[in-house]
Design a binder for this molecule. Structure first.
Ligand code: GAP
Length: 441
């Protein structure tokens, strides 16, 4: 029925403990968000899903966790000090700041309505800076990384020398990035502190275009595997005027968010731009020797760059449904793929008495080894199912009198609301199989 709106998502996220505004009791901090008990689990599950897909499923992609603070020359070499800017104007009347490319400069200020109050556009660098060490001067300036990718380039030589990788190979990294974004509306879509999941794939020059199309296919398949509706995903190729300063070619995977089609992930052909720049600025040789052909070259890089926190917003938007049931009732349900749902299985005793509560408690503890579980014995069973639907729990197991006699339980599926009787001894395998075969209806 009714479309997912951002207001509904924000409200569900706060009510059920997915996402809260940062520093809320102090009036909030714009551009920063806290992931509550269910939110952090959802985020970790998406992170693990990506990590498995990008490292475990490829024998030539290795992981890295580089530091957030890096030598300031890194960002001169990468071009971020001079180029990582947005044009910005200030309203002289209300002092609000806007991105010059996102408002009509001839119109009145969108905040206070004053006409002709904007300053001339100025370029504003998006990197946060701070100081390292006790002295606060020019020489101690360091930046919070605005992308995780540079840590990969800077450690390229270390990885080549310390592991047995051979071009083509990839380095994957997940971590926090920071950008002093001027416009941070739309919930967690664009924030100042966020997480990225990036993979840099190092290839022989001349093979880059083939790898570029290979990785585009892989990345779209990833979202299908995560159970995201195919018609909510599309490609957008960057025009000349959109290309980042480092890119030869770039495609975005866009998702149909509640506010419209927006970028979810970028797949970029970064050529040898970054490694060559770091060679120049560090004075170190970052070329690669192909031992079979004895050729030496600076590899080209195909980058896949996804926002983890933006993936969380996508997963929530994609999953949300206010579903009209027979009889006119409405249930709010999150159709998460079981692999990313914060709770996989809820164990619910039909009643607490006559040993049913104890049986269910023990079952829930036994299932912890294999799944993220939740035990709930309060309220009518129908209301307990609804509470689980609302946080996207794919399986509910109900224990009743019959369970005490024949050790079977009811397994209820979130999407179809169908229930089947299953022997307790088959439960783990059944849920594993259902998860593997899960298809979004
Ligand atoms: N290393 C390349 C790079 O950082 P990008 O297009 O600037 O490319 C990649 O960012 C992804 O990171 C975006 O597709 C988006 O998912 C996420 N991202 C970028 N800025 C963000 C922000 N301010 N808040 C949340 N996610 C962001």
């Amino acid at each position: 029925m009714a479309d997912t709106t951002m207001d509904k998502l924000v409200s569900l996220c706060k009510r059920r403990g997915f996402i809260y505004q940062s520093s809320e009791i102090y009036g909030g901090l714009s551009g920063a968000w806290d992931y509550g008990p269910l939110g952090v689990q959802l985020k970790n599950n998406i992170r693990d899903f990506w990590w498995k897909e990008m490292t475990q499923m490829h024998d030539n992609i290795v992981g890295l966790d580089a530091s957030i603070l890096m030598h300031p020359r890194v960002w001169e070499a990468s071009g971020h000090v001079s180029n990582f800017t947005d044009p910005m104007v200030d309203c002289k009347q209300c002092k609000n700041r806007f991105r010059a490319d996102q408002i009509d400069l001839a119109a009145p200020c969108p905040n206070c309505g004053t006409k002709g109050s904007f300053t001339e556009p100025r370029n504003f660098n998006l990197m946060f800076s701070t100081h390292i060490g006790p002295v606060h001067d020019e020489s101690s300036v360091v930046y919070l990384r605005p992308e995780t990718a540079q840590g990969i380039y800077v450690d390229f030589k270390n990885v080549v020398q310390s592991s047995r990788v051979k071009v083509p190979f990839g380095i994957a990294q997940i971590g926090k990035s920071f950008r002093n974004e001027i416009t941070t509306k739309n919930f967690i879509f664009r924030s100042c502190e966020f997480e990225q999941m990036e993979m840099q794939y190092f290839v022989k020059p001349g093979t880059d275009e083939d790898w570029f199309s290979f990785w585009r296919e892989q990345r779209m398949a990833f979202y299908h595997k995560m159970g995201i509706k195919a018609d909510s995903l599309r490609w957008h190729r960057h025009g000349e005027d959109e290309l980042a300063f480092y890119a030869k070619d770039a495609y975005d995977i866009q998702f149909l968010f509640p506010m419209g089609w927006q970028e979810l992930e970028g797949v970029h052909n970064r050529t040898d731009y970054d490694l060559t720049q770091h060679q120049k600025f560090s004075g170190k040789d970052l070329s690669y020797l192909d031992q079979e052909t004895n050729e030496r070259f600076v590899p080209y890089v195909v980058e896949t760059s996804a926002g983890l926190t933006r993936n969380v917003l996508m997963a929530l938007s994609d999953a949300y449904e206010d579903q009209e049931l027979e009889g006119g009732d409405i249930r709010t349900v999150l159709h998460f793929h079981p692999s990313i749902a914060p709770v996989t299985v809820a164990v619910l005793p039909l009643v607490k008495k006559d040993g049913i509560g104890e049986y269910a408690e023990k079952l829930e503890k036994d299932l912890r080894e294999d799944f993220a579980t939740f035990y709930d014995q309060s309220g009518a069973i129908g209301r307990r199912y609804r509470r689980m639907d609302e946080i996207g729990t794919p399986y509910c197991v109900t224990v009743d009198y019959q369970s005490l006699e024949d050790h079977t339980v009811t397994l209820r599926f979130r999407d179809s609301m169908e229930q089947v009787r299953v022997p307790v001894s088959d439960l783990v395998n059944r849920m594993r199989m259902e998860t593997k075969q899960y298809k979004r209806v």
